[in-house]
Structures are given as C-alpha cells and as structure tokens.
Design a binder for this molecule. Structure first.
Ligand SMILES: Cc1cc2nc3c(=O)[nH]c(=O)nc-3n(C[C@H](O)[C@H](O)[C@H](O)COP(=O)(O)OP(=O)(O)OC[C@H]3O[C@@H](n4cnc5c(N)ncnc54)[C@H](O)[C@@H]3O)c2cc1C
Length: 231
C-alpha cells in the first residue's frame, strides 16, 4: 500500500542505502557525480558469504554541483558522504550537518522563506560540502598510504604522510602532541593546528634526534627485567 504525504521539506537521512540518486533518475534530473576511494575494507561481525561487490566505505555524492535538484528535498549524513568507520568520524559529521540544517531552517524562517523554495537545497548541499571537506581529506590522506588504494593522490600527500607519521610517533610519549592530534581527529580543530610552532618544533626535534643531530631524552623508567607469572 502506498500513501502520499505532503511535506514542506523532505530530508533523506537514509544512510549508505539512500535512494536519492535513483529517485533523481526517475524524475529525469541529472545524475550526481560520486567520488569514491576504494580502500578494500568491509566490516562483518561473523562469517557470511562475501557479496560479489562489497560496499566501499568511503564515498561522497556530489549533489552540490548538480545544475538542477528537486526543491524541498535535502540529503544528509551517510547518504551525502560516508567515511571509513575506522576513523570514527561519521556521527560527529552527521551531528554537524544536522546543526547546519537547523541553522539554515532558522534563517529561512526568519526571512519567512519556506525551505521548499528555489535554492534552499542547493545552498544546504554547498554548506554540507564544507562540513565534510576536512574529515574527507583526513581519512583519504591516511587511506592513500596503501599502494593498493586507487585514486588520484593530491599534491603534498607524501609530505602529509611523513608529517603525520612523526605526529603518530610523538603521540606515544608527548601529551601536547597527543592532545593536539585528538582535537584534530575529533574535528574540534583544523588540521593546520598541527603545524603551529609548538608542534612543529617537537616534530623537528624528533626528526633531529632520529638522525642523531640532538641528544635523545633519557627514558623515564630504565629497562627492567620482569619475572613471574603475569597471566
Ligand atoms: C562498523 C561501523 C562502525 C562505525 N563506528 C563509528 C564510530 O566509532 N564513530 C562514529 O562517529 N561513526 C562510526 N560509524 C559511522 C556512523 O555509524 C555513521 O556515520 C552514522 O550512523 C551515519 O548516520 P546516518 O543517520 O546518516 O545513517 P544511518 O545511521 O545509516 O541511519 C540511516 C537509517 O535510515 C533507515 N532507512 C534507510 N532507508 C530507509 C527508508 N527508505 N525508509 C525508512 N528508513 C530508512 C536505516 O534503516 C537506518 O536506520 C561506524 C559505521 C560502521 C558501519
């Protein structure tokens, strides 16, 4: 049984199974571009028969560049852009997107413009493109460490890999670097904050120590032999 429900605004929050691309095709709208980074990773909690084409975890559907889009429909969350779950960013990004939608709806209400009028969906999708830009860049940069991951490496990827490797090594023993790294990972700070002088200096010092150009710090605890049953 099908029921017709009238609405001022329809939000597609259908996650990775979103049907908006098919709906657009059915309504003769142009097909949105999709950017996918094939990381060759899928999740399962028990043994299943693997589908012939497992879903790739990183994909972004470029709705904001479509020349036409139905008024009164917006796409949000994983339906707009989904990330490799290993980085734990999807829910933060979805929450930021919901806040962006709330802000835009409040602004439209203040202007007494219904959200199904021309331009609202397009402006909202442009706003979402900005929200996903940094987490997408963070996750794809890491994915590109693996040679089997297909896709065009952006300029500076090799440097970014080297720099973040230094950051990863430092996080094990330096609380300042660890805290700065977590703030970027949890989308509280921009990745550029990892290049502020206090962090940059630590990276350079770490590198110089590695090359033997500076003395290594003494370990806090000297090597000790542990004996006995630790099970
Ligand atoms: C294994 C795994 C681990 C993850 N770990 C993390 C993590 O640690 N931290 C983190 O932040 N993120 C994590 N994520 C990502 C996070 O789960 C998603 O980014 C987030 O759930 C996206 O929210 P969403 O509402 O857009 O989509 P979803 O959570 O997928 O919700 C979409 C909902 O819409 C429903 N739906 C779909 N189609 C229809 C329809 N036609 N009619 C009615 N209902 C429909 C679906 O049943 C579903 O309930 C993980 C994801 C996976 C798969």
């Amino acid at each position: 049984m099908q029921e017709k429900i009238m609405a001022d605004l329809v939000v597609d929050a259908g996650g990775p199974g979103s049907h908006t691309p098919q709906w657009l095709r059915g309504l003769n709208y142009p097909r949105p571009e999709e950017t996918t980074v094939h990381i060759g990773l899928s999740y399962a909690s028990r043994t299943y028969t693997r589908p012939p084409q497992p879903r790739d975890w990183k994909a972004m559907i470029i709705y904001e560049k479509l020349p036409h889009f139905p008024d009164g429909l917006v796409v949000i969350g994983d339906a707009f852009c989904r990330f490799d779950p290993i980085f734990g960013q999807g829910m933060t990004v979805a929450a930021k997107e919901a806040v962006a939608l709330g802000d835009m709806l409040s602004a439209a209400k203040a202007r007494q413009q219904p959200p199904n009028t021309h331009g609202f969906s397009g402006q909202f999708h442009k706003q979402l493109a900005k929200v996903v830009e940094t987490p997408w860049m963070l996750a794809t940069t890491e994915a590109f460490r693996y040679p089997q991951v297909a896709g065009k490496r952006p300029v500076g990827t090799r440097f970014n890999h080297w720099y973040t490797s230094q950051i990863f090594e430092l996080t094990a023993g330096d609380p300042t670097v660890y805290s700065a790294f977590l703030q970027v990972l949890h989308l509280l700070k921009e990745p550029t904050s990892l290049f502020r002088p206090a962090i940059l200096w630590r990276v350079l010092r770490h590198q110089m120590r590695g090359l033997g150009l500076m003395h290594r710090r003494q370990p806090l605890v000297e090597n000790q032999t542990v004996t006995g049953d630790i099970s």
